[in-house]
Ligand binder design. Structure first.
Ligand code: ADP
Ligand code: ADP
Length: 228
């Protein structure tokens, strides 16, 4: 569960990107975050995995008040959250297998368990046969599937995705959506910032709309609500 109470974020340049946010997202929800460019969507989701710290307010994620945790505990906290980016952020010199295994190697899991988990998540995204390849040998959609596999290999309770289909063609976008929905159907919370009107209006889920750092709309099975 994620709870934000009276959250403000003012960047050093004076921009207020979160302006009094109160929200609760329960375990297992699927939430779209929509809003115009610069509205504060990225700031909103970055605060959930402590990439940005709010200026004021409290944020509790999986029972931990992440506005109060020590810097030394942040890495441990982040292991409970999967993050997927628009530009994939795969390590170019590592194979697909190694990119996914990396998160488990740093926590010194056994090679046997690592292999089992990596192959299981590769199976989920249907890319077991590409395990030996390098990221730039894959299409954009395949790279995004790998980055989703990487995000879930630690079995996080929450997966956060910032415009995950922003660089993909429409057909690939639907494949990626199916994977997120499959992950969600297994009980993982999915929070996705998106500009994709078709997706939001077709694959209905909760919609949180942000403008000027405020939640201006929050609806179960909501609509995209913008023209583009
Ligand atoms: P969105 O994801 O909806 O496009 P952002 O959260 O990225 O919105 O940005 C909200 C506002 O905060 C914008 O005015 C943006 O320019 C500003 N902003 C975002 N990140 C920073 C930063 N690191 N430093 C200063 N201003 C920022
Ligand atoms: P399966 O048993 O499902 O056929 P394999 O064990 O044959 O899977 O592995 C499938 C792919 O994963 C192969 O390309 C293999 O090179 C790669 N792979 C498996 N284990 C490792 C590892 N420890 N390091 C790097 N690549 C690996």
């Amino acid at each position: 569960m994620i709870v934000m109470k009276d959250v403000y974020k003012r960047y050093p340049n004076g921009v207020v990107a979160a302006n009094g946010i109160d929200v609760q997202i329960d375990q297992g929800e699927f939430v779209y975050v929509v809003g115009t460019s610069g509205a504060g969507k990225s700031t909103f989701i970055k605060m959930m995995y402590r990439e940005e710290k709010p200026t004021k307010g409290t944020i509790v994620v999986n029972g931990i008040d992440i506005t109060k945790i020590k810097n030394s505990k942040i890495a441990h906290f982040r292991r409970g959250i999967g993050v997927v980016f628009q530009d994939f952020k795969l390590l170019p010199k590592l194979t697909v297998y190694e990119n996914i295994a990396y998160a488990l190697e740093v926590i010194e899991e056994s090679p046997k368990l690592i292999k089992k988990r990596v192959m299981a998540v590769l199976d989920l995204v249907n890319l077991k046969h590409k395990a030996r390849m390098l990221p730039d040998e894959l299409s954009g959609g395949e790279q995004q599937r790998i980055s989703i596999a990487r995000s879930i290999v630690n079995s996080p309770r929450v997966v956060i995705a910032d415009e995950p289909t922003g660089n993909l063609d429409p057909e690939t976008t639907w494949d990626i959506m199916k994977i997120f929905e499959e992950i969600n159907s297994r009980g993982t919370t999915v929070i996705m910032a998106t500009h994709n009107k078709d997706i939001v209006n077709t694959r209905k889920h909760r919609v949180i709309a942000i403008e000027e750092g405020m939640i201006v709309r929050d609806e179960q099975r909501g609509e995209y609500g913008y023209e583009i």
